[in-house]
Design a protein around this ligand. Structure first.
Ligand code: SKM
Length: 172
């Protein structure tokens, strides 16, 4: 799998709760290449949490920062890059991602996602009256776009080791 990548990145896309960060970190370990998480990098450079950024500057500013940060992180591969849930939805970012390497959509169904995100309260987009419905709306609007990723791996509750193997198997 490492040889297949060469200097290309492996970029994980998909909704919050799909496991992009936790699986991505383990995949990077297996491949022996660096792991970066765009949300964490955004928080590092802004010295604010994502929730604080949304609150202080709004979603549009967050998206502008996200686009810049990702563009920079995609340079200098190979890396495993876990992207924020909305990143791949941006057309320019999508183009950058696709040029920089292999994109993998971690696809999960609503109940799997909900089970995972409802345990944490750090997702500004889900601060709505009916967060599960909001998540479902995001699925419906975004799934056709995530489907443009090079590969799709179904994210289920089968244990992280199995998920890591499936991602690695998908790229060879
Ligand atoms: O990037 C963060 C932020 O909360 C927005 C987001 C989204 O649009 O799905 C997902 C998170 O990873």
């Amino acid at each position: 799998a490492r040889a297949v990548l060469g200097t290309r990145n492996l970029v994980l896309v998909g909704l919050m709760g799909a496991g992009k960060s936790s699986i991505g970190r383990l995949v990077a370990n297996q491949l022996g290449i660096p792991f970066v998480d765009t949300d964490i990098e955004i928080e590092r450079v802004s010295r604010m949490t994502i929730a604080e950024l949304f609150e202080a500057y709004g979603e549009a500013e967050f998206r502008a920062l996200e686009t810049r940060v990702i563009k920079r992180l995609l340079k200098g591969g190979p890396r495993v890059v876990s992207t924020g849930g909305g990143a791949f939805i941006n057309e320019r970012t999508r183009r950058h991602v696709k040029r920089s390497g292999l994109s993998v959509w971690l696809k999960a169904d609503l109940d799997v996602l909900w089970d995972r995100v409802s345990k944490r309260d750090t997702r500004p987009l889900l601060k709505t009256e009916n967060p599960k419905q909001t998540l479902e709306n995001l699925m419906n609007s975004r799934y056709p776009i995530y489907a443009e990723a090079d590969l799709t791996v179904l994210s289920r509750d089968v244990g992280k080791d199995v998920m890591v193997k499936e991602v690695l198997a998908a790229i060879v």
